[in-house]
Each structure stands twice: as structure tokens, then as C-alpha cells.
Design a protein around this ligand. Structure first.
Ligand SMILES: *[C@@H]1O[C@H](CO)[C@@H](O)[C@H](O)[C@H]1NC(C)=O
Ligand SMILES: *[C@@H]1O[C@H](CO)[C@@H](O)[C@H](O)[C@H]1NC(C)=O
Length: 138
């Protein structure tokens, strides 16, 4: 079954689903608004809390959100994303590690990767492309 995930935020109207390669998924949001980058666990291998690392391609350091032992870990986080990234904590227990990026900047556009490392060592990655549109108001 082809699962179509197309996230539309704000006032943007949906252009419908992508045909072809669904990887990476594409998220479109406007500068100054929030974006939700989807990432969910596909196969649950362990009841232990997984480690979840969201990174951005080409960024140094590339970590934009790191979740370990049930908490956010800040040590490796890129300062450009300080206070701007979070998970939906009520969703985490359902294996949903979608990332919220708030107050989007044009420079946030790019490819993000969600890496989930489960207690049994099993790894899953999800790539998401973020497109940041410019608001035409002002
Ligand atoms: C972890 O558990 C899942 C689900 O039981 C399994 O599919 C996967 O192969 C396991 N990974 C490892 C590294 O054992
Ligand atoms: C994960 O949580 C986010 C935020 O609540 C929600 O928008 C998204 O639909 C959820 N994804 C799944 C697969 O449940």
C-alpha cells in the first residue's frame, strides 16, 4: 500500500500527493511559521525508549534535535535551532517522533533526516525535505 504523507501547514493549499519516489517526504511551510517534519517508528523492536536524532544535511554540527533516555539532549545541538525544535511529547509514546520547527527561517530549507535507534539496536531513518516559502505580506 502506498501511504501518501503530504503535510500542509498554514494557509497553503494542498497540491495533493507526490507520485513517484515518496522518499524524501516533502514539507512546505512559510518563513516565520512552524513546520512539522513527519517521522514515525515503523517496527517496534523494543519497549525501551529509543534514541532519536534529527539532523540536517550540510549543517555543522548537523544535529537539530537529539532525544535520549526520555529527554532532549542539548550537547550536540546546532545553535541555529536552539529553542526552535521539539518533539510532540504526547505522541512519542506512540512511536511518533515528528519534529516541530518553530519560527522558520529561509535558511532552514533543506533535507532533514530522522534516525531512530531502538533498544535492540535496530535503526530506521526517514528523510524529509523542508521547503520554506516566503510570505508575500508586508
Ligand atoms: C529489533 O526488533 C525488531 C522487531 O522485533 C526486528 O525487526 C529487528 O530485526 C530487531 N533488530 C535487531 C538489530 O535485532
Ligand atoms: C505525529 O504527531 C504529529 C503532531 O501531533 C501529527 O501531526 C502527525 O499526524 C502524527 N503522525 C502520525 C503518523 O500519527
Amino acid at each position: 500500500m502506498y501511504l501518501c504523507l503530504y503535510f500542509v501547514l498554514g494557509l497553503l493549499s494542498s497540491k495533493g500527493c507526490f507520485s513517484g519516489d515518496p522518499n524524501p517526504e516533502k514539507v512546505v511551510a512559510f518563513a516565520g511559521e512552524n513546520a512539522i517534519l513527519p517521522c514515525s517508528l515503523k517496527t517496534s523492536g523494543s519497549d525501551d525508549l529509543p534514541t532519536v536524532e534529527w539532523s540536517k544535511e550540510g549543517l555543522k554540527p548537523n544535529v537539530v534535535f537529539l532525544y535520549r533516555n526520555g529527554f532532549e539532549t542539548f550537547e550536540m545541538k546546532n545553535l541555529a535551532f536552539e529553542f526552535r525544535t521539539s518533539l510532540f511529547m504526547r505522541e512519542v509514546k506512540n512511536g511518533n517522533f515528528s519534529l516541530r520547527i518553530s519560527n522558520l527561517k529561509p535558511s532552514d530549507a533543506g533535507i532533514y533526516q530522522c534516525l531512530i535507534i531502538q533498544g535492540n539496536g535496530s535503526r530506521e531513518t526517514t528523510d524529509v525535505q523542508l521547503v520554506v516559502g516566503m510570505t508575500t505580506s508586508v
